[in-house]
Write a protein that binds this ligand. Structure first.
Ligand SMILES: CC(C)(COP(=O)(O)OP(=O)(O)OC[C@H]1O[C@@H](n2cnc3c(N)ncnc32)[C@H](O)[C@@H]1OP(=O)(O)O)[C@@H](O)C(=O)NCCC(=O)NCCS
Length: 197
């Protein structure tokens, strides 16, 4: 895994000493409901989760990066690419930042750095992102990295005990880097695409 500079933070491989970040994320329901971070994980389960990230890299099943402070190397979140369940040339992106570190632009900077690396180094030809319609912060992160709104996937995924609609975004190498429009929350499930810049 490379170490990528991302404007005040870095993207790097997960390490065993990132345990406090995973324990923090495990207590954050907004993260555990949409990621593989185990809810209320103890140290054993958190260490197992870190080993799972390392195994994904080894198996080429994905590239899970820790987002870390560029000066202190303190881990602050995750951003990554995942290849399971998508066709050749495609990858899903995902990211999370625990509540204590949100609102500082970390996810946005991390995703904007990941995108060119995915296209130029990892050989991805189409990036995809699935977001719950109410998750405006995540949609801002996506559009800030040039992702385009594609549509509403009805009952796409089981989250908790329920089938949930998901909004799909994508990014192609030919798309402009500038922010694309986010549909207003009231029309996030509208059938026609939102205008893009
Ligand atoms: C989504 C998430 C990663 C954002 O992390 P972050 O580091 O705070 O994101 P950033 O600071 O880069 O940007 C957030 C953007 O959303 C906006 N935002 C934040 N909270 C918001 C809210 N409640 N309503 C509307 N906009 C909001 C910010 O103003 C910012 O917009 P800008 O780029 O126009 O300035 C974080 O909230 C999180 O981990 N959520 C739980 C897990 C999750 O949902 N992951 C994504 C799954 S698809």
């Amino acid at each position: 895994m490379p170490r990528l500079d991302a404007d005040g933070c870095v993207l790097r491989a997960f390490r065993g000493d990132d345990l406090p970040l995973v324990l923090e994320a495990a207590r954050d329901g907004a993260i555990t409901r949409v990621t593989t971070v185990p809810q209320c994980a103890d140290e054993y389960r958190a260490r197992t989760w870190i080993r799972m990230q390392q195994a994904r890299v080894a198996d080429r099943a994905g590239f899970p990066f820790a987002i870390a402070d560029a000066v202190t190397d303190e881990p602050l979140g995750q951003v990554g690419l995942w290849f399971s369940g998508v066709g050749a040339g495609r990858a899903r992106v995902g990211y999370w930042v625990p509540a204590a570190h949100r609102g500082r632009g970390l996810a946005g900077r991390a995703l904007r750095r990941l995108v060119p690396w995915a296209f130029e180094v990892a050989g991805v030809e189409r990036l995809e992102l699935y977001v719950e319609p109410h998750n405006v912060a995540s949609q801002r992160v996506a559009t800030g990295a040039g992702f385009r709104w594609e549509g509403l996937l009805r009952a796409w995924e089981t989250i908790g005990a329920e089938r949930r609609d998901m909004v799909m975004y994508s990014r192609l190498p030919s798309d402009p880097e500038a922010r694309c429009a986010t549909p207003p929350a009231s029309t996030a499930g509208a059938p026609s695409p939102a205008p893009v810049q």
